[in-house]
Design a protein around this ligand. Structure first.
Ligand SMILES: Cc1ncc(COP(=O)(O)O)c(C=O)c1O
Length: 398
């Protein structure tokens, strides 16, 4: 029924153009996998109970479904199910980690972030700083990586929390998170990691890497929008956190509010699928990504690859194009949906802070394209993208 209505909506109205551009913006969001949707559907219709209702079967069913999803999420990152705290997404998880920790431990404790982080880390850090908390922001290198040595130099006796993303959402750079986690753990400093772009495609194993707080978001790997989690590890002692919301004390008193059962079931199913498919997805996507880069670079001069060729997310390619205007480039690219360095990560159309922090000029920052490949991306689509980008760039340069 829902599918029929959507089909009718798109054919009978002019909301969507007849042929939509090839979707290559999977870092922004991914489509819900049909298998995820099938798992969610009963929880949006006949199985509508509140997981916090303890006096009847509707509640029991919903609670069982939530607990199964919690186990699926925990299995993907190899932690205990009791360490999974559901949130509305990674923005909330990051806010809970950073603000929750500093509010609890106080203003003497220093937080270290870096310039490559998503705004969902940088903005709460900035808010904390404005409120009188101690926040230090370190640089990233030319490929967008946090160097362990630079972080080691920045640590002080007051540092209590470090936040380093697993992999960058713009340029795909994978940080040396195992080294960073060891460094923090040796100094008894807590480590938060925004793993949004890595979970579901890379191996993230919390038994191997001593990360204390890990943020996830379902819609980045074929689950629904509006649900995520903060993993709060307990194996190195309780992590002090003040909740952002006061209410019914759900989620071990860390996140009050009725749990969105259907979204959580979808999140769990997305994790189950990712566990089974991430290795094959990763190999296939890195081949397609390499084809995209190699062919574009052989056909167009003045193309710069942003981020490292190795140590990069398999689904990511970020390039800057010399000699073209960024806005004209984006306007010209009508056959593909990609994002640009001029309005990449938020509703704020400022040039990418990540590319600027990597040392790119303003014009190369603006004339940059982020390709995000995904599970449904085909070789034909990549070939169409190669042809289209080449044509548009040559036209703009002529
Ligand atoms: C690295 C990173 N962190 C956080 C977020 C925000 O995630 P959510 O949409 O779940 O709030 C995103 C989404 O773009 C992201 O890429």
């Amino acid at each position: 029924m829902i599918e029929k209505n959507l089909e009718r909506l798109s054919t009978e109205t002019s909301i969507l153009p007849p042929t939509r551009p090839v979707y290559l913006d999977h870092h922004a969001t991914t489509p819900v996998d049909p298998r995820v949707f099938a798992a969610m559907k009963p929880w949006l219709t006949e199985r509508f109970g509140n997981a916090a209702s303890i006096s009847h079967r509707y509640g029991d069913e919903a609670r069982d479904a939530v607990e199964q999803a919690r186990r699926q999420i925990a299995a993907l990152v190899n932690c205990e199910p009791t360490e999974v705290i559901f949130t509305s997404g990674a923005t909330e998880a990051n806010n809970l980690a950073l603000k929750g920790f500093l509010w609890q431990v106080g203003k003497e404790c220093e937080l270290i972030v870096n310039r490559g982080e998503h705004k969902a880390v940088l903005d709460p850090a900035e808010r904390l700083s404005r409120d009188g908390y101690s926040v230090n922001t370190i640089e990233i290198n030319r490929v967008g990586q946090v160097e362990t040595d630079s972080l080691a130099e920045a640590l002080s006796a007051h540092t209590g929390l470090v936040s380093v993303m697993f992999a960058n959402n713009e340029v795909g750079t994978i940080n040396p998170i195992a080294e960073i986690a060891e460094l923090c753990s040796e100094r008894k400093i807590r480590l938060h990691c925004d793993a949004v772009q890595a979970v579901g495609i890379l191996d993230v194993d919390l038994q191997q890497v001593p990360i204390d707080l890990l943020s996830l978001s379902a819609h980045k790997f074929y689950g629904p929008q509006g649900v995520g989690a903060l993993i709060v590890r307990r194996d190195r002692g309780r992590i002090p956190l003040t909740p952002l919301l006061d209410g019914g004390g759900h989620e071990r008193h860390l996140r009050s509010g009725t749990l969105p059962v259907a979204l959580i079931v979808g999140f769990g199913e997305a994790c189950r699928l990712a566990q089974a498919e991430k290795s094959a997805d990763s190999q296939r996507l890195s081949k397609l990504r390499d084809r995209l880069w190699n062919r574009l670079a052989s056909q167009l001069s003045g193309l710069h690859r942003n981020g490292p060729p190795d140590n990069c997310l398999p689904q990511n390619l970020n390039v800057s194009v010399e000699g073209v205007d960024g806005d004209a480039l984006m306007t010209g690219l009508t056959k593909i949906a990609v994002s640009s360095g001029s309005a990449c990560t938020s509703a704020d159309p400022a040039p990418s802070h990540v590319l600027r922090a990597m040392g790119l000029s303003e014009s190369l920052t603006k004339a940059s394209l982020r390709f995000g490949l995904g599970r449904s991306t085909t070789e034909e689509e990549i070939d169409l993208a190669i042809e289209h980008v080449t044509e548009v760039v040559q036209h703009l340069r002529s």
